[in-house]
Design a protein around this ligand. Structure first.
Ligand SMILES: Nc1nc2c(ncn2[C@@H]2O[C@H](COP(=O)(O)OP(=O)(O)O)[C@@H](O)[C@H]2O)c(=O)[nH]1
Ligand SMILES: [Mg+2]
Ligand SMILES: [Zn+2]
Length: 300
């Protein structure tokens, strides 16, 4: 093994300073970043200097096309880098949070990642119509919603295989929505990896604690991530937040004041659209909430 030159690989797991990096021959090495800086995320391409047969040192993170992350007053949490498609998983049951979906959509739009909402557990028909009705807000905003049951692999394949081919997709959602079940339907040997990880890291708990990239046998990659309970967007400017709401697009730039914040200004096109039912009250309230949070942080 050459140790003089660094070899390009892709980060497939990240846990603190421990990275799993996969190389062109399919082998995975346990890698550490050089120095203190650990900004590589799952999905990143990196240059690694091999050490022995199993390990390596990450010398450099190559330029990424995007990074999906959240941030609050305490810290920044990276989901994944170089993502083409966000699969936002919700379910007929347990109830999902519009607040979290809305925030994930804002993060995806500002990072330039195409989002698709997956309404999972469509086999639980007693809750289906309520979930469908709640998701209408997003369909109206132009976001695609796919209904399926992760327990039905054929259905999962029909809905997703073609979409993921040639791309890197990220599975994101609250815990219990069925992300792992969906992953197992797409990647036959994923369960083995998940168990191996749980055994090593949290003594057999069946929850996903690390983010991991998997290859689909039919082509494309899928990244599984742990569920999340909050989704701060402290890193976004108020202009980015406005652009994070797809349904605001037709109105942006048409308000009376060029620097309108769309909260209380006279002649605001967004407030008029809300009044006329073209923009939902809940979505506008989320917009106001995110702005208020970021202001409270004292960044203005
Ligand atoms: N009825 C039904 N149950 C599902 C479906 N998908 C997942 N589940 C169940 O929902 C629970 C949570 O699924 P899991 O994949 O662990 O969710 P995660 O926390 O998002 O990874 C498990 O008991 C699954 O068996 C589905 O399509 N239909
Ligand atoms: Mg899981
Ligand atoms: Zn306005």
């Amino acid at each position: 093994m050459p140790t003089e030159t660094a070899v390009e690989g892709r980060v497939i797991t990240a846990h603190g300073r421990h990275y799993g990096v996969e190389f062109a021959d399919g082998r995975v090495r346990h890698c550490f970043p050089r120095g203190k800086k650990t900004d590589a995320a799952v999905g990143d391409r990196v240059l690694v200097r091999f050490q022995g047969n199993e390990e390596g040192v990450i010398e450099k993170r190559l330029e990424r096309k995007n990074l999906l992350y959240r941030s609050d007053e305490m810290r920044t949490k990276q989901f994944a880098a170089n993502v083409d498609l966000l699969l936002l998983v919700v379910a007929t049951t347990p109830a999902f949070s519009d607040d979290l979906i809305g925030r994930a959509l804002v993060a995806a739009r500002t990072a330039g990642i195409e989002p698709v909402i997956i309404l999972n557990k469509a086999d639980l028909v007693e809750n289906l119509s309520t979930a469908r009705a709640r998701l209408e807000t997003y369909t109206k905003a132009g976001i695609q919603v796919l209904e399926l049951s992760a327990l039905n692999p054929q259905q999962v394949h029909a809905a997703l295989l073609e979409r993921i081919k040639g791309k890197t997709a990220l599975l994101l959602g609250q815990s219990g929505m069925g992300k792992s079940t969906l992953l197992n339907a797409l990647v036959p040997d994923a369960a083995a990896h998940t168990q191996e990880h749980s055994a090593a890291l949290d003594a057999g708990k069946h929850t996903t604690t690390t983010t991991r990239l998997y290859h689909l046998p039919q082509g494309g990659e899928i990244i599984d991530s742990p569920g999340f309970q909050n989704f701060g967007l402290y890193h976004l400017s108020d202009v980015e937040i406005q652009h994070g709401f797809a349904e605001f697009d037709p109105f942006l730039g048409t308000c009376k004041f060029y620097n309108c914040t769309h909260r209380h200004e006279p002649g605001c096109a967004i407030l008029t659209a809300r009044k006329q039912g073209e923009i939902s009250i809940e979505r506008h309230a989320l917009y106001e909430r995110i702005l208020a949070e970021n202001e409270a942080q004292g960044r203005y």
